[in-house]
Design a protein around this ligand. Structure first.
Ligand code: PLP
Length: 387
C-alpha cells in the first residue's frame, strides 16, 4: 500500500514559463515544441470528430502556447490571437451584443479606447468611461467592465478584488488587461478577473519581434472567444506563435530583471536634482503602492518621471540618450522611452493631463534588462544641465 501523497504545490512561474504546454518527455519526442506551419490537417475519415484547421485555433503550436498561458494565469483555458487588440476585441465581442453596455476605466490603452468609443458603438454596444470606481456606472444592461492593471502611463493600480466582487454580484464580466504587469507579477484571475487579456507583443514575447495577443479565462468564456476568432479571423500565424513561445520561456527571468532594474532606477531618479517626480508603484510615494504590494508579486518594469523644466527639458534629455531608445511600445529586453504628451495623450490639454497624473515633462520608461549601471549612466548624462 502506498502512502497518501502530499498535495503537490503548483510549479512556480519560471518552471511553467519553460515547460507548461510543451511536449511530454517520451523517448524520441522533441524537447522543443515543434512548429506546425500546416494550415490544415488530415481526417482519419470524413466526420471523425473535430475538424483541424489553423484558423480554428486547434493548430498544435497555437494550442501549446495557449496551454502555457493558461498555466501561467492559473485559468482553465486560454487562446492566442494575432495581436493584443484582437484579443481585446474578440473578448468584448464574446461578452456583448447589440444593446449591451460596457463600463471602462478612463485610463486605457489608446487602441482599446478607440475600439470602445468608435468601433463597438457601430455594433450597438455603448461604453461609459469612468475615472474612478467603474462599478459606480453599472446599468442593468452592463455586461462587462474593462480595466488595466497597472494603467498607462502613471501605473495606477485599481482595486481589482473590490471591483471583481461588485462585478460578480451584478453578473457582469470583469476584463483585465494585465499587459503592464505580465502574468509573473499579477495573476488577475486569482483576484476575480473573468478574462485576462495581454498584448503578447509586450512582456510575453519580450523582444519586440512578434505581434500577438492572448486571452485567459474559464473554459466557457474561452470557447466563446474562440468562436469569435474563427469568424472574424485574427489568428496568429504558427511561425509567430513559435516566436512568442520561445520568448515566453524566459518570461519569469526577464520580468525579475525588469522589476529589479525599474525599482533601482525609480529610486535613483527620485533622488536626481533634474527630476521633479517619479511614478512607480514600488515606491511608497505612489498613490497605489499598498494596493500594488498586496496584489502583485513584483512592481513591474514600467516607470515614469517628470523632468524639471517641463516638456522642452524632457525632449532635450531624450535626444541625448544613447542606450535607452525613444520608441513606443514596452515590455521588451531593450529599454524604451516615450513622452505620453506627444503620443498616447497628445490630444489632451495640459490641465486634462495633470488631472490624470501626467505632469509636464513626463517621460515613460519601459525599463529593459540591460546592466543597471549603464542605464543610470545614460540617464545621468541625458539629465545633465546644459552648459
Ligand atoms: C500594446 C497594448 C495593447 C495592444 O496590443 P497590440 O499587440 O499592439 O495589438 C493593449 N493593451 C495594452 C495595455 C498595451 O500596452
Amino acid at each position: 500500500m502506498s502512502a497518501p501523497r502530499e498535495p503537490r504545490p503548483d510549479p512556480g512561474p519560471s518552471t511553467l514559463a519553460v515547460h507548461a504546454g510543451g511536449p511530454s518527455p517520451s523517448p524520441g519526442a522533441p524537447v522543443v515544441a515543434p512548429v506546425v506551419h500546416s494550415a490544415t490537417f488530415f481526417y482519419a475519415e470524413e466526420g471523425d470528430g473535430e475538424l483541424r484547421y489553423t484558423r480554428y485555433l486547434n493548430n498544435p503550436t497555437l494550442e501549446a502556447v495557449a496551454r502555457r498561458v493558461a498555466a501561467l494565469e492559473g485559468t482553465e483555458a486560454a487562446l492566442v490571437t494575432s495581436s493584443g487588440m484582437a484579443a481585446m476585441a474578440m473578448t468584448l465581442l464574446a461578452l456583448t451584443r447589440a444593446g449591451d453596455h460596457i463600463v471602462a476605466a478612463r485610463d486605457l490603452y489608446g487602441g482599446t479606447v478607440t475600439l470602445l468609443s468608435e468601433e463597438l458603438p457601430r455594433l450597438g454596444i455603448e461604453t461609459t468611461f469612468v475615472p474612478g470606481d467603474p462599478t459606480s456606472a453599472l446599468r442593468p444592461e452592463t455586461k462587462a467592465i474593462v480595466i488595466e492593471v497597472p494603467s498607462n502611463p502613471v501605473m495606477r493600480v485599481p482595486d481589482l478584488p473590490g471591483i471583481a466582487r461588485a462585478a460578480r454580484a451584478a453578473g457582469v464580466a470583469l476584463v483585465v488587461d494585465a499587459t503592464f504587469a505580465s502574468p509573473v507579477n499579477l495573476r488577475a484571475a486569482d483576484h476575480g478577473a473573468s478574462a485576462v487579456v495581454h498584448s503578447g507583443t509586450k512582456y510575453l514575447g519580450g523582444h519586440s519581434d512578434v505581434t500577438a495577443g492572448v486571452v485567459a479565462g474559464d473554459a466557457e468564456l474561452i470557447a466563446s472567444v474562440r468562436r469569435r476568432v474563427r469568424s472574424f479571423g485574427p489568428v496568429l500565424d504558427p511561425g509567430a506563435a513559435a516566436t512568442l513561445e520561445r520568448g515566453m520561456k524566459t518570461l519569469a527571468v526577464r520580468v525579475q530583471r525588469h522589476n529589479a532594474n525599474a525599482a533601482a532606477l525609480a529610486d535613483w531618479l527620485a533622488a536626481h536634482p533634474a527630476v521633479e517626480s517619479v511614478s512607480y508603484p514600488g515606491r511608497a510615494d505612489h498613490p497605489d503602492h499598498e494596493r500594488a504590494a498586496a496584489l502583485m508579486s513584483g512592481f513591474g518594469g514600467m516607470l515614469g518621471f517628470a523632468v524639471r523644466g517641463g516638456d522642452e527639458a524632457a525632449l532635450r534629455a531624450l535626444r541625448r540618450l544613447r542606450i535607452l531608445r525613444v520608441a513606443p511600445s514596452l515590455g521588451s529586453v531593450e529599454s524604451l522611452v516615450s513622452m505620453p504628451r506627444y503620443t498616447s495623450h497628445a490630444s489632451l490639454t495640459d490641465p486634462e493631463r495633470a488631472e490624470r497624473g501626467i505632469p509636464p515633462g513626463y517621460v515613460r520608461v519601459s525599463v529593459g534588462v540591460e546592466d543597471l549601471q549603464d542605464l543610470r549612466e545614460d540617464l545621468a548624462r541625458a539629465l545633465e544641465p546644459e552648459r
